[in-house]
Design a protein. Structure first.
Length: 373
């Protein structure tokens, strides 16, 4: 069922940069490690209109929450109530979603419990849709894996569906304990789009395939702590701009309780299976600044280098909710650890309940915001 979010172009395209490394899945490839340099606590590259910043106090999350008439235990991914508690005991299905202009509008992404956005080649981004207690019967388009991905999925114990990956990239994913599903049972090609932007899936069918492959069906843990805030920060932020790369700027505009997404000044929409479309929106925007680097295949092996973002060590982070922003720092020692967030005063910082969009962002790029009109 599609999510109601009331609680609820770029420059010319170099096709080879976006699809040339989408090789067949190779889950038994030799294990390798991406180039690793711990992310230092870099200078905050944000620019804002003058305002007073306030650190946000937090409280522990309740085991039972109520939203829009639904009462149940809180989802560890977004803090929203889940009517069927047994759904929180199963695996997270993570699916890599294309964000090439020919892949838009995407389908099924707002059926997810959370979405992660990461940088890939050519200045483009792709999404990782996370399904824990939720599912989608029409999700896509699906694209290939990158070295950044497993470090974001390992803490969840997620099973990862991709269209493929270079052998050395697949080796990194699997070596970090993230099982892979590729094109096959549970996926399908739609006739209305051209390859490689036409691979779709049902997460219900993907779960069955993960069961058949003997993958773990247990939830390992959240990516970070989710809990209500005692009060909102003093700093207003209703117009947010993230410049992922020259020519790739994402804008989120706060409107009636949610943030609406635009790219290049145009609304970015999502499309359901019946053809209805609406603007992508989120309740909570989390920005994690990581060091961008180039990941390369091991010496003597085939394959091409790709951009990646380091997410161990520490760095700056931001949480946008209800038209405000909290600034903080993230830390974690290994890829298997969840992120720990702290305020500028060193106090624990949680992410408030709500559907979250998690932007893993180049730390040396600019995030800017204004209080709005």
């Amino acid at each position: 069922m599609q999510r109601a979010l009331s609680v609820v172009i770029a420059a010319a395209i170099v096709m080879s940069a976006c699809s040339g490394s989408d090789e067949a899945e190779a889950v038994d490839a030799t294990s390798t490690s991406a180039a690793s340099a711990s992310t230092g606590a870099e200078a905050d590259p944000t620019t804002t209109s003058p305002a007073t910043t306030s650190s946000s106090s937090t409280t522990s999350s309740s085991t039972t929450t109520t939203t829009a008439g639904v009462t149940g235990p809180a989802s560890p991914l977004n803090g929203l109530p889940v009517a069927d508690e047994t759904l929180l005991e199963r695996r997270v299905m993570a699916v890599k979603i294309d964000n090439h202009p020919q892949a838009r509008p995407q389908s099924g992404i707002l059926d997810a419990d959370a979405v992660i956005e990461v940088l890939v080649e050519g200045g483009f981004t792709r999404f990782i849709a996370l399904f824990h207690h939720s599912d989608s019967e029409y999700l896509g388009p699906i694209r290939s894996g990158r070295p950044t991905d497993p470090g974001l999925l390992q803490p969840l114990g997620a099973t990862f569906t991709i269209s493929g990956a270079q052998d050395w990239v697949a080796g990194i994913i699997v070596s970090r304990g993230v099982p892979i599903l590729g094109e096959g049972p549970g996926t399908f090609r739609i006739p209305s789009r051209a390859a490689p932007h036409n691979l779709y899936a049902s997460t219900v069918a993907l779960r069955e395939q993960a069961d058949a492959r003997g993958f773990s069906d247990e939830f390992q843990g959240p990516l970070y702590d989710v809990a209500p805030w005692e009060s909102l920060p003093d700093e207003a932020a209703e117009e947010i701009s993230l410049s992922y790369a020259p020519g790739t700027t994402i804008t989120w505009t706060y409107d009636d309780g949610v943030y609406l997404r635009s790219m290049g000044g145009f609304s970015q929409d999502w499309l359901d299976a019946e053809g209805a479309r609406s603007q992508i929106s989120t309740d909570v925007l989390v920005v994690i600044g990581g060091t961008e680097y180039t990941a390369s295949p091991p010496a003597g092996s085939g394959g091409s280098s790709v951009p990646a973002t380091e997410t161990t060590g520490s760095g700056w982070m931001l949480v946008f909710t209800e038209g405000t922003v909290a600034r903080g720092t993230w830390t974690r020692a290994t890829y298997g650890d969840p992120f720990t967030f702290t305020t500028e005063d060193g106090e624990p910082l949680t992410v408030p309940p709500g559907f979250p969009w998690i932007s893993v962002f180049p730390a040396d790029r600019e995030v800017s915001w204004t209080p709005g009109s």
